[in-house]
Design a protein around this ligand. Structure first.
Ligand code: 13P
Length: 250
C-alpha cells in the first residue's frame, strides 16, 4: 500500500540558501518513490522555491493557514494565497501551535476554510502524556470530535489524521512511541470516525504517525504498525536521513 510521508520543516532551516539547497537535493535526488506520496511542508517565506524545481513526485505543503478567507488579519496567510503558491496540503492542530493558544474550535474553522479552497488538511492530534487511567483516550476523542464539527462525509475524504503524541516529539521527547501504542490509537481513531461517519470512511481515512521518526524506526510504524504514513520533523531537514526513511518504504 502506498504511504504518505509528510516532512514538517517547522521554523527551519534558518536561511533561504539552506532551504534552497535542501529542496534542490530532495527534488533532484529523490529517486524511486513508487506510489508513495511525499508532502514537504515549508515555512511560508520558502514556499516560492518549490516552483523552481517542478518535481512531480513532491507535493507542496504549508504549516498553517488562517481560519478566515480574507480581510484585516495582520500576520495571517489565507488558503487562497497558499493555493496560488501551489500548496496542496496544510498541517493543522500541531501541538506546537496548540501550545501557542490554538484550540479545537479554531482548528475546526481552519479545516473548514481550507476545504472551501480545496486544500487538504493534515489534522494532528495527540496527548501530552499517557496516564494509567487512560484519560488520554477521551482527550484524543475530544480533539477529533471538536476539530471535525460540520465536516461532511464528502469532505472527510480529503483529510489525513496524524497521531503525534507530544511526549514523543523532538529532542525533548521522552521516547518514541511503540508500534503497539500506535496500533491502539489507530484502532481508537477509526472507531471514532466510524461513529461520526461510517465504517467505510473509517476504513479508508489515512492515519499517519509522527514523533521522532527516523530511518531505524520508520518501518516498524508503516509495516508492523499499519501506519498509512509518517510525519517527520528533525530528520526531514537532513537529506541523507530523510531519503533513508523513504528507502525503508520501498
Ligand atoms: P520530530 O520528528 O522532530 O520529533 O517532530 C515531529 C513533529 O512534530 C512533526 O510534525
Amino acid at each position: 500500500m502506498a504511504k504518505i510521508i509528510v516532512a514538517n520543516w517547522k521554523m527551519n532551516p534558518s536561511s533561504l540558501k539552506e532551504a534552497d539547497t535542501l529542496l534542490s537535493m530532495i527534488s533532484k535526488n529523490i529517486g524511486n518513490i513508487k506510489n508513495n506520496k511525499i508532502i514537504i511542508c515549508l515555512p511560508f517565506p520558502f514556499l516560492y522555491l518549490f516552483k523552481k524545481y517542478k518535481n512531480k513526485k513532491i507535493i507542496l505543503g504549508a504549516q498553517n493557514a488562517s481560519c478566515y478567507p480574507e480581510g484585516s488579519f495582520t500576520g495571517e496567510v489565507s488558503p487562497k494565497m497558499l493555493i496560488e503558491m501551489g500548496v496542496k496540503n496544510v498541517i493543522v492542530g500541531h501541538s506546537e501551535r496548540r501550545a501557542q493558544g490554538e484550540d479545537n474550535k479554531i482548528i475546526n474553522q481552519k479545516i473548514l476554510n481550507l476545504l472551501k479552497f480545496k486544500i487538504n488538511p493534515i489534522l494532528c492530534v495527540g496527548e501530552t502524556n499517557r496516564d494509567k487511567e487512560g484519560s488520554y483516550l477521551s482527550f484524543i476523542e475530544n480533539q477529533i470530535k471538536e476539530c471535525l464539527v460540520g465536516i461532511s462525509k464528502k469532505q472527510i475524504n480529503n483529510i489525513i489524521i496524524a497521531y503525534e503524541p507530544i511526549w514523543a516529539i523532538g529532542a525533548t521527547g521522552i521516547r518514541v512511541a511503540t508500534k503497539e501504542e500506535f496500533i491502539e490509537i489507530k484502532i481508537f481513531i477509526k472507531k471514532i470516525i466510524s461513529d461520526i461517519y461510517d465504517s467505510k470512511i473509517a476504513h479508508s481515512i489515512p492515519i499517519i504517525y509522527g514523533g521522532s521518526v527516523n530511518y531505524l524506526n520508520s518501518k516498524s510504524f508503516t509495516e508492523e504498525g499499519g501506519a498509512d504514513g509518517l510525519l517527520v520533523g528533525r530528520d526531514s531537514l537532513n537529506f541523507k536521513k530523510f531519503s533513508a526513511i523513504l528507502e525503508t518504504l520501498n
